[in-house]
Design a protein around this ligand. Structure first.
Ligand code: FES
Length: 68
């Protein structure tokens, strides 16, 4: 089954929102982004997606849950 990853679940901030903050503040790294918004500060499962968002501008990521 395919799922879509769209946000940091722990902080309930979407990649779309993070992208807007990153663009508005000329953010180039995840460390810099974290100084503007509290994301990737708990379980950090969102970290690779945030890195990909900063790199490509994508804000939705398809993933497979491995149960089929
Ligand atoms: S999903 Fe982002 S810190 Fe847990």
């Amino acid at each position: 089954m395919k799922n879509e990853v769209r946000k940091c679940i722990c902080s309930n901030v979407t990649f779309e929102e993070m992208k807007a903050i990153a663009e508005h503040n000329n953010v180039a790294s995840i460390e810099e982004l974290c100084s503007f918004v509290n994301v990737a500060s708990n379980c950090k499962l969102c970290t690779p997606y945030i890195l990909k968002m900063l790199e490509t501008g994508k804000t939705r990521f398809e993933t497979d849950n491995g149960f089929n």
